[in-house]
Design a protein around this ligand. Sequence first.
Ligand code: SF4
Ligand code: SF4
Length: 491
Amino acid sequence: MMECESVLPFTHYQQPQRERLQDLVRAPEWQAILARHHALRQWKADIRVPPAAPGQQVTANQYLAERNFQRVKKLLSEGVTDENRLVEGLGNWRAALAGDERFPIVFLGLVVTLDCFFLPRCLYCNQTWLPRRLTLDDWKALLREAAEPTPPYVYLPGGEPLQLGAEIWGDNGLVASAADLGSAVNINTNAVLITPQVALQLVKVGLAKLHISLDSIDPKVQGQLFQGRERLDAVLNGIYNVQIAREVLGANHPQVHVNCVLTARNLFQFPDLLRFLLEIRQIRSSRFEGRIGEDPVFRDFAFHLIPVGGRENALLRPTAEEWKRFYSETWAEAEQVWQDYQTAVGVPEDERNSLERYCPFASPFLRADHKMGLDEYCERAAQGNYWQGALVDRCYVAPTQAFVLPDGSQHWCGAHAIRHPPPLGNVQGSTLRENIRANISRWAEYPNDYCTGCAGATCVINQTAQRNLRKQVSEWIAEHDCLRNGQDTDT
Ligand code: SF4
Ligand code: SF4
């Protein structure tokens, strides 16, 4: 070891990962940074802590209750007790937005570019390219518009957003601007452009979360899916740079999550991927002494399993039998990997939980209420229809969110932004809220044919929102009955 070489201890990592990180930190790029003591002190002093993310479903429910309360009470006083009709009244976005020009936008998806330097593209990539027509100032103006009255959760998918460089991670870039406005930001990336310098900047500007694409830890399989065998190492390097940057600057952010696209090629390798993710994650934060489940790094390296979408990916889609095997044998094997991990790292008995509890995004079948059993679900999944059985009869979240594409076109949600139905409008000619209000008369149409690719997370939010509306309505019916019975007794 050179005399002046700086090597961090990485105490809270397991041995194999500690060695990987120590090897990487010995590389000249990291050593040059670690030698700049004054600059590092300044970097630490300037760190923004990411704001907390707003609860999308809670905000939607609260807003609807606030705006539609009088209408529902009036129906009750007129003798309407049909729960469905009252829920319909309470959940009516068209009525709620009437006369309100400052309603909350809780989730803001900004597709800053659809370009990606992975050429050829990943085997399953189903993005349709659009030209970039918005400047950094345009994107910042959208952040400012959305931030009042409640700063939204800002999601930067792609293409590859880090291709925009300092416009994203610079001191005056998009992440820093959003964090200053009170927004938690999530970047969806392949991680290859996360050099040591970029990793440190992402910590400094207060990025809340990174979603990194990783489908398999088998170089052959991942090489096929990425259409480039060398790409796996480049992705892992980017991930490790984030881990080192967090240690160097003494921060717990950005949290790393992994997006794993499930295809027929990697479906049964999931337990191996999980084993690897559990090996590379920090066991617990070096700066937290409480219960493991409350540790800020507890959900680090949580994984999102995304069944492969798009008609053009039919050949990559697992068969019904393969899905069934995945949800039975493979899932049980993964659960065992998780239980063994908890034992190995000494999670106290009373803090242990199931894989599903650790990572609620994990299983597309288990995480939502589907109107069918596993057999029928697997038949539908084999046709690429993953969420139709989990859609509720109204979309309660679309009016609380906005998705803007590089050409300025605005859609209700990420699923529509991929399928490109006619947009709500273009942010170059009208504001986010004007576009939502201009289209709110169509709200009752959703879910429609464009919604079969609805994101699993959104289906779960919609299901919870509808359950909460029902609960609220039945409480009001009970209160109303109580009051009426009291009046009857008095008379
Ligand atoms: S990294 Fe993402 S955007 Fe780039 S080719 Fe792959 S799937 Fe498409
Ligand atoms: S896909 Fe349809 S149901 Fe899902 S969020 Fe979008 S509009 Fe709503």
